[in-house]
Design a protein around this ligand. Structure first.
Ligand code: CA
Length: 230
């Protein structure tokens, strides 16, 4: 399993990226500080680093330099401004790719895969990459869900909730389980936030909570994807 280190001080972003990359079959570590991130790199020897430019502790440029002095670990630099990319290229840090914010997690996963492929390291492909259920097609590699061929514009959280449910039709999943699957972490007391995501997901699927075609509410417990959906 390929290992990815995310050094990113925007916690929300880091949580979503971690969930997406884990979903794609990577082992992921995160650090919110530059100096700690560099320590983690030394300890864990990840296969690649997703490196934010502006970080507390030590900035991304210094981290990239220090990594390059010792190792060829692939690095994807993440910057908040397009103009910075030219400057970064001029610094010849040896980064393997650049991503500018805002970006979609899906795009980041695609870039990580491409960079690791070039470096000769491929992700774990033992998991099924497409789920076909009823009229839904859920592409786990591409992070795209479609209904009868029409793309559903799901948010990262909605996508991960749908995948988690659709992977186990008939199985009841608690709100906490769904929260953990979609956010990488689950805080008790936040379970109800899942309800809002389910509501939006149902709206996008054209599903009716009273007579559901896909997602059933199991009162007092959570949700399940209907078994034998036709
Ligand atoms: Ca930052």
């Amino acid at each position: 399993m390929s290992k990815v280190l995310i050094i990113e001080d925007e916690k929300e972003l880091s949580i979503v990226l971690k969930a997406y990359l884990e979903r794609a079959g990577y082992e992921v570590w995160t650090s919110e500080r530059g100096d700690e991130g560099l320590d983690l790199w030394q300890k864990k020897h990840p296969d690649m680093v997703l490196l934010d430019l502006n970080l507390p502790g030590m900035d991304g440029i210094d981290i990239a330099r220090k990594i390059r002095q010792k190792d060829e670990t692939p690095i994807i630099m993440v910057t908040a401004r397009v103009e910075e990319v030219d400057r970064l290229l001029g610094l010849e840090l040896g980064a393997d790719d650049y991503i500018t914010k805002p970006y979609s997690p899906r795009e980041v996963v695609a870039r990580v895969k491409a960079v690791l492929r070039r470096a000769g390291k491929s992700p774990d492909t033992s998991k099924t990459s497409v789920i076909n259920i009823a009229d839904l097609q859920i592409d786990l590699d591409g992070f795209i869900a479609a209904q009868s061929g029409e793309s559903l514009e799901l948010t990262p959280t909605e996508f991960l909730i749908l995948v988690t449910l659709a992977e186990a039709p008939g199985r009841v999943l608690t709100r906490l389980q769904l929260l953990e699957a979609s956010q990488g972490v689950a805080y008790e007391g936040y379970e109800r936030s899942v309800d809002a995501h389910i509501k939006n997901l149902r709206a996008k699927l054209g599903d009716d909570s009273k007579e559901p075609k896909y997602i059933e509410t199991v009162f007092g417990v959570g949700y399940r994807f209907k078994k034998d959906v036709s």
